[in-house]
Write a protein that binds this ligand. Structure first.
Ligand code: IPM
Ligand code: MG
Length: 374
């Protein structure tokens, strides 16, 4: 029997409590599906800062490099708002992405039928929605140099005398590899890719468009490719989201567009993500999985958080890191069943209200649904 390694980094806020529910799910798969996991746990974000004075210790970084997959909860909270930029909780997350070279960030936005009425858009616009945003994750303005806040000399025309700089920089190689990831994924879905940039104002956007087109023409001519300016893309996502299958875009546009897409589905508490890098020796990609939601400090520790996004992130790990597609399907079906049965955490209650279940109860019901479906 293969033992799969998994590093769990619960992080801050609701991270630890949603992760506890994933542990139950892992236990079920071990007891009932003949899978074996070597699970270790460590600190990231504010929790790591409290313990080590840095948002990610070197030993944790090394461990992350050595496992089959990392599962991260969430980072950040008001307690850490005034820390120096270099040790903010988010820097731990960004270090993991950069040093593991997780260049392709997969953010599915899927509308569960049972929840279509919770979207801020009309049911007929979002019902059946199933799109995948592939966001470039290790370059662009998040990491480009030069960056910083500088003194503007004694420039009399600049009141305040300071300049803030970030650099949008992409190499053709960086664009091509994330484009390939998007085309590969599209082939397994609706076979359509829409690439988004701002080629009308940015040279890096022109390069983006040309390189995505090059990869298409030379390697994936069978996939349907279109291009859109990112602002139009935002509008189209809200106007008629089902026109999309796979969207590929850069780091910053992907950050923004994926939040918009997430909200279409009715609840941020439902959405998983996978960040994938180059293949390791075993042929599987380096990978980190995380819910799209944040640390939600306002509800942390109260048993109110929805653990589904984190549980579905583990389903993505089953699919992409452990090659257990059937088990991933089973887990996703169990979540659908629990929702169809009317089980709701507080974030999934509509205006008409109802009685929410706790974080732990949601986890228990998903485990029970696994048992019923298996
Ligand atoms: C995300 C988050 C992060 C990002 C933050 C926490 C640094 O918003 O994963 O989308 O901007 O990438
Ligand atoms: Mg974001």
């Amino acid at each position: 029997m293969t033992t799969y390694s998994l590093l769990i980094l619960p992080g801050d806020g609701i991270g630890p409590e949603v992760m506890a529910e994933v542990r139950k799910v892992i236990g079920w798969f071990e007891a009932n599906r003949g899978l074996s996991f070597d699970v270790s746990e460590d600190l990231v974000g504010g929790a790591a800062y409290d313990a080590h004075g840095v948002p990610l210790a070197d030993a944790t970084m090394e461990k992350a490099q050595s496992v089959d997959a990392v599962l991260l909860g969430a980072v950040g909270g008001p307690k850490y708002d005034n820390l120096d930029f270099s040790v903010k909780p988010e820097r731990g997350l960004l270090r993991l992405r950069k040093e593991m070279d997780l260049f392709a960030n997969l953010r599915p936005a899927q509308c569960f039928d049972a929840l279509a009425d919770f979207s801020s858009l009309k049911r007929e616009v979002v019902a059946g929605l199933d799109i995948l945003i592939v966001r470039e994750l290790t370059s662009g303005v998040y990491f480009g140099e030069p960056r910083g806040i500088h003194d503007d000399g004694n420039n009399p025309e600049n009141e305040g005398g300071r300049v803030g700089i970030n650099t949008q920089r992409y190499t053709s190689g960086e664009i091509r590899r994330v484009a390939r990831a998007a085309f590969e994924l599209a082939r397994k879905r609706g076979n359509k890719v829409c690439s988004m940039e701002k080629a009308n104002v940015m040279e890096s956007g022109i390069l983006w468009r040309e390189e995505v087109q090059w990869v298409h023409d030379n390697e994936y001519p069978d996939v349907e490719l279109s291009h859109m300016y990112a602002d139009n893309g935002a509008m189209q996502l809200v106007r008629h989201p089902r026109q999309f299958d796979v969207i590929v875009t850069d780091n910053l546009f992907g950050d923004i567009l994926s939040d918009a897409a997430a909200m279409l589905t009715g609840s941020l508490g439902m959405l998983p993500s996978a960040s994938l890098g180059a293949p390791m020796a075993n042929g599987r990609p380096k990978a980190m999985y995380e819910p799209v939601h944040g640390s939600a400090p306002d509800i942390a520790g109260q048993g109110k958080a929805n653990p589904i996004a984190c549980i579905l992130s583990f389903a993505m790990a089953l699919r992409y890191s452990y090659d257990q597609g059937a088990d991933a399907d089973l887990l996703e079906k169990a979540v659908e069943k629990v929702l169809a049965d009317g089980t709701r955490t507080a974030d999934l209650l509509g205006p008409e209200g109802g009685t929410p279940v706790s974080t732990a109860e949601m986890g228990d019901r998903i485990v029970a649904a696994l048992g019923a479906l298996a």
